[in-house]
Design a protein around this ligand. Structure first.
Ligand code: 13P
Length: 333
């Protein structure tokens, strides 16, 4: 039975280790149709299935992408689409060593308060087996905690959802990206972020252990510990690195990789902060799983014009290479 415990253990460990290879990270390109529509709208491109496919083809066929990117997270639609040469995107990715990932949550709904989100989609996770058949080897699920969200019961619900999702993914051969995400929105200080992150992480690992999640077969995707986006007191990369590693050190088990999200940081900030974390010794593969911090310049360069595809792909490679260097603590802008 696909639910037999341990059936996929070896493969899960292999997939997670591959994604966490030295100098490599994840390209998050799993924007839902609504979010992708917002991105396309910002460059005056209509939100049609063909335009989304064309944009994703630009990303996945950027020459040299596989030198820096070991996995890419897709929205369901993309998992079933083909490049214009007729090859499926899954095959395009496999030919360059990029593991296909899939977003399996179905969007956020408020959880107890208006500021913490519970994610829908757990009931539909039986579909994980189908994604595996289609070529997906890892998964992402997004739920979020806001600073100031209130009592710890909120963090516990968030953690329970993450843990159930992780266990179901592993039963179906997908490495779950576990994402305790603290939102950047707000004027909270870096210390307030740290307090909420501590509580959230403690609950997350407790529920994962209760649900018998195999830690060697997951990847973490947390937010970095930073001040809120509107906080007047900013933090330099060394401060972000020491808070973030200080959070992880006593809490994170030896998972194969911690792949941070960019969460609204600028492209440069996201690379500098990652670099700073890798300049001090740490026991993990500390890397990136960025969407906006890899794609912002790409979109602005492309503008939907076929003549700009090459320049847009080069822009993607510039960011991918920068973050690859930052993974090794060798980024020098
Ligand atoms: P950002 O890097 O843009 O935060 O996106 C990562 C992600 O997967 C958010 O769900």
């Amino acid at each position: 039975s696909p639910c037999a415990p341990g059936k996929f253990d070896e493969e899960l460990i292999k997939t997670a280790k591959h994604i966490a290879s030295p100098g490599k990270g994840i390209l998050a390109m799993d924007e839902s149709n609504a979010t992708c529509g917002k991105r396309l709208d910002s460059i005056g491109v209509g939100n049609t299935e063909e335009n989304r496919r064309t944009y994703r083809e630009l990303l996945l066929t950027a020459p040299g992408l596989g030198n820096y990117i070991s996995g890419a997270i897709l929205f369901e639609e993309t998992l079933y689409q083909k490049a214009s040469n007729g090859k499926s995107f899954v095959d395009v990715m496999r030919s360059t060593g990029i593991a296909p990932g899939i977003k399996v949550d179905k969007g956020l709904v408020p959880c107890g308060t208006a500021t913490t989100s519970w994610c829908t989609g757990l009931d539909g996770l039986a579909g994980a087996a189908e994604y595996y058949k289609q070529g997906a080897r890892f998964a992402k699920w997004r739920s979020t905690v806001a600073v100031g969200a209130g009592p710890s019961i909120i963090h516990a619900r968030h953690a329970y959802g993450l843990a159930r999702y992780a266990a179901i993914c592993q039963d179906n051969g997908l490495v779950p990206i576990v994402k305790p995400e603290i939102l950047l929105d707000g004027d909270h200080t870096i210390d307030e972020t740290l307090d909420v992150a501590k509580a959230t992480w403690a609950e997350t690992f407790k529920y994962m252990a209760d649900n018998k999640v195999m830690f060697e077969g997951i990847l973490l995707k947390p937010s970095m510990v930073t001040p809120g986006a509107e906080c007047k007191v900013r933090a330099d990369p060394q401060t972000v690195a020491s808070y973030t590693l200080g959070l992880s050190q006593p809490r994170a088990p030896p998972v194969p990789g911690i792949m941070f999200l960019s969460g609204g940081q600028s492209e440069l900030e996201a690379s500098l902060n990652l670099n700073a974390m890798n300049q001090s010794p740490n026991p993990w593969h500390v890397s990136f799983s960025y969407a906006r911090a890899l794609q912002n310049t790409v979109l602005k360069t492309w503008k939907g014009e076929p003549g700009n595809v090459k320049a847009a792909q080069e822009a993607l490679i510039v960011r991918a290479a920068a973050n690859s260097a930052a993974q090794m603590g060798k980024y020098d802008p």
